[in-house]
Design a protein around this ligand. Structure first.
Ligand SMILES: Nc1ncnc2c1ncn2[C@@H]1O[C@H](COP(=O)(O)OP(=O)(O)OP(=O)(O)O)[C@@H](O)[C@H]1O
Ligand SMILES: Nc1ccn([C@@H]2O[C@H](COP(=O)(O)O)[C@@H](O)[C@H]2O)c(=O)n1
Ligand SMILES: [Mg+2]
Length: 216
């Protein structure tokens, strides 16, 4: 008979009580997810959780999964969902906030189905940054943040994984009417103008429109 991990049950139950609101942020490698999440945090008071950042922190912490995660990242492969989901659950529980931007997750069908099965959380919506591959490649190769996966060999593998494994997840949410798409090839400020429209509540947009009309 399998054993029941009390710690895992506890974390899942406590997170369910918290009822977190989640927006998934997806897009190709280098499309600008992290850059725009920082802007959203500043303007709309979300907490940004990058799955990639959490995995990199796990490597640095000297965890028993560290070597496996490092090898997967170097190859541009997707780490088993169980590992990433636990990191995301823990980060959501530890935060005082209840609004989260989950950046770079779900990256494949396994990530998506496992997250839903374990947490029962469905995203409010899914923000998708669209950017041509040549532009993403330019950005990644000049990012200069010392990432082991920002080299041309790994970048090509990451693009392949995005096309084969991540695009089907976006299609899944599109079919559910949950996707909000952004043209991410534009300069950072212009991209954020488009992002703002999506995060601004409808009521505020109407009030703003009313005030500007009144002043004329
Ligand atoms: N709209 C933009 N125009 C030009 N450069 C940008 C734009 N957005 C982000 N960048 C730059 O491109 C690089 C990649 O951006 P960022 O780290 O936000 O992408 P990402 O989608 O999070 O990538 P990854 O999937 O690899 O984590 C960074 O150096 C960033 O400064
Ligand atoms: N759900 C995820 C997200 C990321 N990874 C691994 O991390 C790498 C870097 O991710 P970024 O979002 O920071 O670009 C990615 O290439 C994967 O190797 C993952 O396994 N699962
Ligand atoms: Mg990123």
């Amino acid at each position: 008979m399998g054993t029941v991990d009390i710690a895992d049950m506890d974390i899942t139950a406590r997170l369910a009580e918290k009822k977190p609101k989640v927006v998934f942020v997806l897009g190709g490698p280098g499309s600008g997810k992290g850059t725009q999440c920082a802007n959203i945090v500043e303007h709309f008071h979300y907490t940004h959780l990058s799955a990639g950042d959490l995995l990199r922190a796990e490597i640095k912490s000297g965890s028993e999964n560290g070597t496996m995660i490092q090898n997967m990242i170097k190859e541009g492969k997707i780490v088993p969902s169980e590992v990433t989901i636990k990191l995301l659950q823990k980060a959501m529980l530890e935060s005082v906030n209840d609004k989260f931007l989950i950046d770079g997750f779900p990256r494949n069908e396994e990530n998506r189905a496992a997250f839903e099965a374990v947490t029962k959380i469905k995203p409010e919506f899914v923000l998708v940054f669209n950017c041509p591959e040549e532009e993403m490649e330019r950005r990644l190769l000049s990012r200069n943040q010392g990432r082991e996966d920002d080299n041309i060999e790994t970048v090509r593998k990451r693009f392949k994984v995005f096309l084969e494994s991540s695009l089907p997840v976006i299609e899944y949410y599109k079919a559910k009417g949950k996707v909000r798409e952004i043209d991410a090839a534009k300069p950072v400020g212009e991209v954020f103008e488009a992002v703002k429209v999506i995060f601004t509540p409808e009521a505020e947009k109407i009030v703003f429109g009313f005030i500007t009309t009144e002043k004329r």
